[in-house]
Design a protein around this ligand. Structure first.
Ligand code: PLP
Length: 627
């Protein structure tokens, strides 16, 4: 478990069983109920579903919704806090309908609501949050249509709060509200002074893209007073960035936000809600540090700091405790989904077989390399390495000048890699080795070719250096012997994972098991439920993955069932989104085939077979089909 850090990033949901398979414990209330992930993978195979696939554990989603609501409830009770927790899920983090529906269902007892950050998201939340008690928070830049829809929501008696991001939105809202005769619920987004850290540090500070400065907020108060609409101001909002890794920044933001809230109430604003935005982090790399992919606090600590922090300031300022809103998205969804795929090949620098036997007239450089090749441990490893590297460099120069033949170059290169592998094997891991020799480990690392696209399924690993856990689904009771990196099947050299969890370190390579002939090797890319699931693109025309939705059997602990399979995007669909007419394409290819049939270079029966095959591939998956 230590090697891949499963216990550390698994948050109680993932562990390794005695049988060497990943185990899922999907419900925080039922710690004894586990699902064997290998059994899920086997069932997927038996249903004829091809990998890669996204597996969604809906029970984990429900569990996370319960945890945040119950943790706030518990702290509120313990602190004798007078307000309530009214959380919302920001659908930008995962807009999949099934995810939103599941969250709304699990959140119903707590009146858990939704947040939207754009017009299409607003349209989704209008339809999917029909609980009149739950909040709908409307963030993002707004036009007239956005505001009109939001006012319509008020007419439909929904608790929709329009969060003003910039002053001009208020000027648009006031006449619209009057015209429609609707009293809006207004929120104000504050531009925070706290300097947050991490990848989203730009969400706060003077140059933040969103929010109102204190001077602008005071102008809003003035303007609302003029229009006799000050009573509409209900909420103060801030968001200082996603994946906040340091609890001290959170405390600081809560202090600043609560102080501002209290002062605005004292200015006469009848606020009722303080919205602390998102930012609750995930310990992706399992280090519990302020690394960008980690966090140095627990959910409990986060909630306690919010509740007690706001209470203290409001008590000091003698204003009523606000209802607390948080917009945690990442923390709600990251754990519930993972990408499972297979390794379809291995590239080894030292793996090429080539006949290196001596020929009579070969060049001196080849002879030198051969001597080194057969010298065994006669020389110090460092000396052997230096000589091999020198000969290789000379050979490259000679090849460019036309002195070495293709055959000689191939022999020399093969021997070079075999020497390096030999030196590496001979090194005693415990004794001091020079730094260059340590690099041998990296130079000799294999590349495991993985049937997926980084750009579709793990966009943040490429875009912002996010670490995501990668672990084989089974064989975890065997020592992994191969150090490798994972590359995807796109024709892009950025299409690889470059940071891995190895023990308590973040490493450039990951230990994996030897691939066995005729046996699948399934690996899981975990914690992909937040952003990764929905932000991917179709680079190289690799489309959305097939999705498998898994639920626990309530009556039979340990048993599970596949509730729904959402097919991945076919090649045809992906091509159509790029404006291709796939019917026309099929017809054109058929015409070309028919021409060859007429010429007699293809038998008619074969012509029909190839026509059907082309159409079959159009309807098929964009990923590699593994036999
Ligand atoms: N609320 C707002 C306004 C956001 O911009 C974001 C995302 O950055 C979130 C909530 C969700 O944040 P997180 O996923 O960190 O919980």
């Amino acid at each position: 478990e230590e090697l891949y850090g499963v216990n550390r990033w698994g948050a109680g949901y993932f562990s390794i069983g005695e049988n060497g398979n990943i185990q899922i414990r999907p419900n925080h209330r039922l710690p004894d109920v586990t699902i064997d992930m290998k059994e899920v993978v086997d069932e997927i195979i038996s249903e004829g579903i091809q990998f890669p696939a996204v597996i969604r554990f809906h029970d984990i989603l429900r569990s996370q919704v319960e945890i945040i609501n119950e943790t706030f409830g518990k702290q509120i009770e313990e602190a004798n806090y007078q307000g309530q927790y009214c959380g919302v899920f920001p659908i930008k983090v995962n807009q999949m309908r099934e995810v939103v529906e599941e969250i709304m269902d699990a959140g119903e007892p707590y009146n858990y609501g939704l947040e939207a950050g754009s017009k299409p998201e607003l349209m989704a939340v209008m339809a999917y949050n029909d609980n009149p008690e739950a909040l709908t928070i409307l963030n993002g830049y707004k036009d007239k249509d956005y505001l009109t829809l939001a006012l319509l929501g008020r007419q439909l008696k929904r608790k929709m709060i329009i969060v003003i991001e910039k002053f001009s939105e208020l000027e648009m809202l006031i006449p619209l509200a009057k015209q429609m005769g609707v009293k809006p619920m207004i929120g104000l987004r504050s531009k925070m002074m706290v300097k947050s850290s991490g990848k989203w540090a730009g969400s706060s500070g003077d140059r933040a893209k969103f929010g109102l400065s204190i001077a602008e907020i005071l102008n809003v108060i003035e303007r609302l007073r003029e229009e006799d609409m000050l009573h509409c101001a209900k909420l103060l909002h801030f968001h200082i960035g996603s994946q906040l890794s340091d609890i001290r920044k959170i405390k600081e933001a809560v202090n600043e936000g609560a102080r501002l809230y209290a002062k605005l109430v004292l200015e006469g604003m009848p606020l009722e809600y303080l919205d602390i935005g998102g930012g609750l982090g995930i310990d992706y790399d399992g280090t519990s540090t302020t690394n960008d992919s980690s966090r140095n606090y627990s959910t409990e600590e986060y909630v306690a700091d919010v509740v007690w922090g706001v209470k203290q300031i409001c008590d000091l300022e003698k204003v009523p405790h606000p209802n607390l809103v948080s917009e945690s998205g990442r923390a709600m969804t990251a754990h519930h989904s993972c990408v499972v795929t297979n390794i379809v090949g291995e590239m080894k620098p030292a793996g090429t077989q080539y006949d290196i036997s001596a020929s009579s007239d070969e060049h001196i450089l080849v002879k030198n390399m051969r001597e080194l090749h057969s010298s065994g441990d006669q020389f110090h490893p460092q000396e052997r390495y230096n000589d091999a590297a020198g000969y290789k460099q000379n050979a490259y120069e000679a090849f460019k000048l036309g002195i070495l033949s293709l055959n000689e170059m191939a022999k020399l290169d093969t021997m070079y890699w075999q020497i390096l592998a030999d030196i590496h094997h001979s090194l005693d891991k415990d004794t001091y080795v020079m730094q260059e020799l340590e690099e041998l480990e990296d130079m000799l690392a294999s590349q495991y070719l993985c049937n997926f696209s980084v750009f579709q399924s793990a966009a943040d690993t490429w875009a912002i250096g996010q670490v995501l856990p990668v672990v084989p689904i089974s064989r975890l009771n065997e020592q992994p012997e191969v150090r490798c990196s994972i590359v995807d099947i796109t024709c892009d050299s950025d299409g690889k994972l470059s940071k891995y969890i190895e023990g308590t370190d973040i490493s450039d390579h990951i230990p994996m098991h030897n691939l066995r002939k005729g046996e699948d090797y399934h690996v899981g890319l975990f914690l992909t439920g937040a952003y990764q699931d929905v932000m991917g693109d179709m680079h190289n025309l690799f489309g959305r993955l097939t999705e498998v939705h898994v639920y626990c059997h309530d009556d039979e602990p340990g048993d599970f069932y596949i509730e729904e399979v959402v097919p991945g995007t076919s090649a045809e669909k992906v091509l159509q989104t790029m404006q291709y007419n796939t019917e026309y394409m099929a017809k054109t290819v058929k015409k070309q085939i028919d021409r060859q049939v007429r010429k007699g270079s293809l038998a008619p029966r074969e012509g029909v077979r190839w026509t059907n095959f082309y159409e079959h591939c159009l309807a098929g998956s964009t990923y590699l089909r593994v036999e």
